[in-house]
Design a protein around this ligand. Structure first.
Ligand code: FAD
Length: 385
């Protein structure tokens, strides 16, 4: 069997490794447009649940990734000068996106996958002769553009703007800081992912973009503004750029997952919004599901149907949760007009998937200290009414 994988991100590389490990006789080739030592972005986070899943499927991959991760079990939430620190029972592991890809690339080499760098796929002719074509080519998938009728896309552009920076400092603790500045609403999401390095995603709502004049600034001026607003948290550090363009998130969803011998996985299928911090995990889980469906055997078409049937319900749930999460950020100006505890509660429950019972498990200290007394007071008021 000849398999072409377009895109050497987490979805493509992990799928390549898994399938080659299970089917050594298959010819597995990954085409990646970037050189081996380059990618977009800075660090990404893999939650404990994502690592548990990896441990089941491929302990060696988890071990190597875990050795390169920086772990944290807490997060500061700041609202206009006030803040509290949440501690979570599970830790999140952050890793440089480039390190993640380099490790996955080496794990591919070791099982005999051919990873071809500096090779951009541009048309169907590049993919002639393959029995299976895996579109793991991210948010701007070329597979979807080569076959637009087979893979129609629903697209919804958000109003908020964001840019993905790094910082030349280990910012501690990980944090999400919501701040008013000259009538604008700004958000900083940051976490340490390596010695002396942090990811820093800056965001503002649509009204801020125009109201504070960011629409008329250069990228350099926008960066300087964020450095000014967050000078205290940057603690003398500078924002680093890696194609750090301010843009609106485009929530693209492919309406179909497969067509003939072609299949989509990862962000090519549905782009994960950074506010749920699960895009890498979803991409790797798609890879596992596609692998599992293929190794059951039989014709490719049947395997692809099994992949869709197994994976679609989970993806639908995440898509719904993702939409609720980015909608919450779109309305952040309104959400910020409350006290810190109500705000944090609102934030933690924004996807509609966290009720009181889940909150007790997820953020036990926060629940015990801030929410349980409120619930007790509400119950007391009901009894006396
Ligand atoms: C600001 C921001 C922060 C994020 N933070 C997190 C986080 O903390 N945790 C998390 O889990 N996720 C995070 N994500 C999401 C995560 O980065 C993606 O969901 C994940 O990378 C998707 O993996 P993928 O393999 O599907 O696609 P990608 O990682 O995008 O990989 C696709 C690959 O395909 C290649 N490619 C594209 N077109 C072609 C072509 N024509 N020919 C050859 N190669 C091609 C690209 O170069 C790329 O390497 C974040 C995203 C953003 C924007």
């Amino acid at each position: 069997m000849k398999i072409a994988i377009v895109g050497g991100g987490p979805a493509g590389l992990f799928f390549a490794r898994l399938i080659k490990r299970s089917r050594p006789d298959a010819e597995v080739r990954v085409f990646e447009q970037n050189p081996r030592d380059a990618t977009y972005g800075f660090g990404v986070v893999l939650a404990g649940t994502a690592r548990d899943r990896l441990r089941e499927v491929d302990p060696e991959t988890l071990d190597r990734l875990a050795r390169a991760m920086t772990f944290s079990g807490s997060q500061k939430i700041g609202l206009n000068g006030d803040s509290l620190v949440l501690t979570y029972p599970g830790s999140s592991g952050a890793i440089a996106r480039l390190t993640l890809l380099q490790i996955l690339g080496r794990l591919c080499d070791e099982v005999g996958v051919e990873v071809v760098h500096d090779r951009r796929i541009t048309g169907a002719a590049d993919l002639d002769g393959y029995d299976l074509i895996v579109g793991a080519d991210g948010a701007n998938s070329v597979i979807r553009t080569i076959w637009p009728d087979a893979f129609p896309v629903r697209s919804h552009q958000l109003g908020n703007r964001f840019a993905w920076y790094g910082v030349d400092r280990a910012l501690k603790p990980n944090a999400l800081i919501f701040r008013y500045h000259r009538g604008g609403c700004f958000i900083a999401h940051y976490y340490t992912y390596a010695d002396g390095l942090s990811t820093f995603v800056a965001e503002c709502d649509a009204a801020t973009w125009e109201g504070c004049g960011l629409d008329r600034m250069t990228d350099g001026q926008r960066k300087a503004l964020i450095e000014e607003i967050y000078a205290d948290v940057l603690d003398g550090g500078r924002l680093l750029e890696n194609n750090s363009i301010w843009r609106r998130f485009d929530a693209r969803i492919a309406e179909r997952w497969t067509d003939g011998r072609a299949v989509l996985i990862g962000d090519a299928l549905r782009v994960a919004h950074f506010s749920i911090g699960s895009g890498t995990r979803l991409a790797m889980d798609d890879a596992v599901a596609l692998h599992d469906a293929l190794i059951e055997g039989g014709p490719v078409a049947g395997a692809l149907d099994r992949y869709v049937a197994a994976r679609r319900p989970v993806r639908d749930l995440f898509t719904e949760a993702t939409a609720r999460s980015y909608d919450w950020y779109e309305g952040v100006r309104q959400a910020m007009q409350t006290d810190l505890v109500s705000f944090v509660h609102d934030f933690l429950t924004r996807t509609g998937r966290v009720d009181d019972d889940r909150l007790k498990e997820y953020a036990p200290e926060f629940y015990a200290r801030h929410i349980a007394p409120r619930r007790a007071q509400d119950a007391g008021l009901e009894l006396t009414a």
